[in-house]
Design a binder for this molecule. Sequence first.
Ligand SMILES: [Zn+2]
Length: 448
Amino acid sequence: MKTALGMRTWIKNPLAGMADGAAGGLVVEGAEIVALVPSGAAPDVEAVFDASAHVVLPGLINTHHHFYQTLTRAYRPALDKKLFDWLVALYPVWARMTEREFRLAVRVALAELLLSGCTTAADHHYVFPAGLEHAIDIEFEEAVGLGMRVVLCRGSMDLSTDDGGLPPPRVVQKIDTILADGERLAARWHQAGPGAMTQLALAPCSPFSVSGDLMRETAWQSARLQVRIHTHLAETEDENEYCLACFGKRPLDYLDELGWVNDRTWFAHGIHFTPGEMRRMGAAGIGVCHCPTSNMLLGSGICGVRALEAAGVAVGLGVDGSASNDGSNMIQELRQAMLLQRAGGGIAAATFKDPIRWATEGSARCLGRADIGRLEVGAQADLALFKLDELRFSGADDPLAALMTCGASRADRVMVAGAWRVVDGAIPGLDLAQLMAAHQAAARRLRG
Ligand SMILES: [Zn+2]
């Protein structure tokens, strides 16, 4: 279902969209957007896609996830627990994961994201039990198979319960092993520059599962390899207390000392920062991935998105792992962001367009990308098209607002780098029923 290479295709007369001066749609050639079409104009093209029933958005960009957690959705022993207890309940299960189960988990998460309009996904994988040493390679392979753009974060943990950390010893690794794998993965998979489909980032898990040495070495390695760095930060008050007790510092001060306050960094969550910390982050060019559903489900708090943006911090969106959401639906996450921000900060905290901007331009900034997240000439042809033909939209006035207020949940068409990857609400070539059957069996086995 690719547009033929070089063929100019007009995505014609969309019902609504997010691009100025493009009421008549846009033209895609190869992997790029080559023209915006004003109302009434008729560009010279070889093919036309009638988008008159579609709302056309830039492809959504998910900036934080843990694909493997699709195997532990709604896991009984972890229900109704806050972050630290939730982790302690889940680590032993994750430690039993095999390569086959992991591959199914990744495929399910990517398919779910893609069907919800996501064209670029970041994942943060930090659990490497024996036998799963090539987890990140498996993730890259699955993304390539589905034609999705990815920024995969080589996660890491080196502090187990033996060293005062939270994870059990069998899921942590030695610093040398972690750094060598980062080196290998960058050489094998990382593409630099516009249009990159596979990128690597380095991502120690959190201050309570990673040593200071590993944090510092990772920052140095990322500067040398010119890749981004990512970690969980300021997710809970417990984390602030842990850092003050263990390091005598708040989390951002601790990471600053280890070389993390720079423009290669984006954090997941970013809830419990002071105004002064936000200003430092903004001045340094740091990004924050807001994960509204996860924050609500784990009762972690409400991220101050407006304050972060006012301080110059790039804010993107993420569904977070599927054991703390527990879905991977990107368009639904936009609605959640709007609702949570308004619940915490009143109507001025989020317009209906803000979450769309966060999940596109904001997320692109978090990932250090200028070639995605916008519908403009020269940008990658990553598009998410939504139809309003479901019962939930019946009677809606503004089509763009309807995606947020009525609660869109699935894309009708998705294009990545100029190729259609979702057609009529399905992924061509992927047998979802078969995938779900295999994945459910894997989840059952893993639970034991
Ligand atoms: Zn996370």
